[in-house]
Design a protein around this ligand. Structure first.
Ligand code: GDP
Ligand code: MG
Length: 304
């Protein structure tokens, strides 16, 4: 399925709610007036784009409508599309070094989809012919290791794990040695999200990073923050917290298929300025796609 069709299918719930609202606004007059624009702003907020992003988009839209005199449904739709793309910022990809070791660190709150995304990435890298190693650095629960074992088996990826309750940094140490010994191109490190406070989180991640810096100084390390789109504005709070606590290179927005809060991608991108690199559109192994701003926006908006 083409990328646009996958976004459209994944975002069906958000799209239905947003598009119905948009079309309802335009049916009476076929053109937009001031009160309809207020309603449009509310519609954006209810799709969870966040108030700051909705305000910025509508301010610009109102100005452009005034300057150009363009008020028809099709014209407003086109301008709204531009504004939403602006809020999302330029499209970025997860870039891996073609040679040498890449280390991908999965961070984020418990339940957001770190382990699932790690599994999906194993499948993607296997398909690309990259030799990959998985590290089970979430050592809080035995079930977390078992879950990763399932993905390792399903994707044919070697898994480095210790027992429940062991030191995550020690798992990473072993995993780096194993990746080097196997000549792996990627090491994916699944971490725990159940950390009581920011200091705790920072300490844990820094310890893992120190091991990586010491044992694999030449590796290209990418920290992916995994956030759950169904949590709406809480996703933005999480993104901010992690951005302050850990240096985050990109966001993976999961469960975009889950409910009508898909607009939260716009809030996260606009309010944190961290690029969204990947999108989770379901629970299956191939339900992970590169985040594509144009496909995303076109999936949200009604057909012109
Ligand atoms: N619908 C949907 N479910 C997802 C997605 N990503 C993860 N999940 C589900 O979310 C739940 C928690 O995922 P998990 O990977 O264990 O989260 P972790 O605690 O961050 O490691 C699981 O039931 C996953 O199947 C997604 O993109 N869409
Ligand atoms: Mg997990």
């Amino acid at each position: 399925m083409a990328l646009f069709d996958r976004f459209r299918k994944g975002l069906e719930k958000t799209r239905t709610s947003f598009s119905e609202g948009f079309n309802r606004l335009a049916t009476s007059l076929g053109i937009y007036d001031a009160s309809m624009l207020d309603e449009l702003e509310m519609l954006l907020v209810s799709a969870d784009t966040g108030v700051p992003a909705a305000t910025a988009a509508m301010e610009s839209l109102r100005r452009r409508m005034k300057e150009s005199g363009q008020v028809s449904r099709a014209q407003v739709l086109q301008m709204l599309r531009d504004e939403l793309l602006n809020l999302l910022g330029p499209t970025s990809r997860l870039e891996l070094a073609p040679s040498g070791l890449n280390i991908v660190l999965m961070v984020g709150v418990n339940g957001t989809g770190k382990t699932t995304t790690a599994g999906k990435l194993c499948a993607r890298f296997a398909a690309e012919g990259r030799r990959t190693v998985l590290a089970a650095a979430d050592t809080f629960r035995a079930a977390a290791i078992e879950q990763l074992e399932h993905w390792a088996k399903a994707t044919g990826t070697p898994l480095i794990h210790h027992s429940e309750g062991s030191d995550p940094a020690a798992v990473v140490f072993d995993a780096v040695q194993s990746a080097k010994a196997r000549g792996a191109g990627v090491l994916i490190v699944d971490t725990a999200g159940r950390l009581h406070n920011k200091q705790n989180l920072m300490d844990e991640l820094n310890k893992i990073r120190r091991v990586i810096a010491r044992e694999a100084p030449d590796a290209r390390c990418t920290t992916l923050l995994v956030i759950d789109a169904t949590t709406g504005q809480n996703a933005v709070v999480q993104a901010r917290l992690f951005k302050e606590a850990a240096s985050v290179d990109g966001v993976v927005l999961t469960k975009l298929d889950g409910n009508a809060k898909g607009g939260v991608a716009i809030a996260v991108a606009y309010e944190t300025r961290v690029p969204i690199l990947l999108a989770g559109l379901g629970e299956q192994v191939d339900d992970l796609v590169d985040f594509d701003a144009a496909s995303f926006v076109d999936s949200l908006l009604p057909t012109p």
